[in-house]
Design a protein around this ligand. Sequence first.
Ligand SMILES: NC(=O)c1ccc[n+]([C@@H]2O[C@H](COP(=O)([O-])OP(=O)(O)OC[C@H]3O[C@@H](n4cnc5c(N)ncnc54)[C@H](OP(=O)(O)O)[C@@H]3O)[C@@H](O)[C@H]2O)c1
Length: 241
Amino acid sequence: MQKTILITGADRGLGYDLTEQFLKKGYRVFAGQYMLDWPELKDLQQQHKNLLDLVPLDVSSDDSVTSAVAYVKSKTDALDILLNNAGISGGRDNSLNVFDALDFDWAQHVYNVNAVGPLRVTNGLLPLVMNSDTKLVVNISSEAGSIARSYRKGWFAYCMAKAALNMQSSIVHNNIYPLGGQVLVVHPGFLQSYITGRKNLEAKTPTDVAANQIIGIIEDKEIYRGDGPTFIDHEGERWPW
Ligand SMILES: NC(=O)c1ccc[n+]([C@@H]2O[C@H](COP(=O)([O-])OP(=O)(O)OC[C@H]3O[C@@H](n4cnc5c(N)ncnc54)[C@H](OP(=O)(O)O)[C@@H]3O)[C@@H](O)[C@H]2O)c1
């Protein structure tokens, strides 16, 4: 049977490469489109007209998520994988420490996108996920969300939001594990993506390489299935919470 997936933040960076690679595997992909003017997803749709649905989706907005959920529900009654990828950097906050004047409005925005956003989408789409054979939620987190390996003196907004994402992943997993579901929490590596506003070629890992590694982890998901969710990086190393 054909597998289905929804990927948030699919316009560019890791989300785009995940979209392209799941399409090549024959998945029907619902790609969350946030940057309506960015051309790559539209070009991809020309090549995969029957498999790729572009869904306007701003994970920080209740209205946008409600509309996207209604659209997906009008197209399918099951979603094998929900892949919460959309995220933003802490921006200027990353260079500030606790003695600086911190911007709490910005911190709340980062929290809304990176922590509440995935929960908003999961909350809307979980009935479809639980209707599928696979029943998998994948949350793209970060090493920055690991409290056990915390070392930074700044990055308040991003680190706190990713730690909160990790906690919500655990609570969602507690809900769905007894029903045959599973949550994977993935640190994708230091990516050559656009998260700083321009393509960061100084970073270690090309996004197509990370996407391929993450798909491998998803395909091995049964290895990681257990009472709690798994926090793992793109190379397969398990991370402490
Ligand atoms: N890059 C890294 O080294 C790294 C490391 C660890 C974890 N991650 C995580 O990996 C994931 C993918 O990031 P990436 O590095 O591929 O970044 P990216 O290239 O910036 O891609 C993220 C995409 O999500 C979009 N987005 C921003 N706000 C959104 C919203 N409210 N709703 C829906 N989409 C939104 C972005 O649009 P804009 O470009 O307009 O913001 C962009 O198209 C994120 O969760 C990130 O935190 C990245």
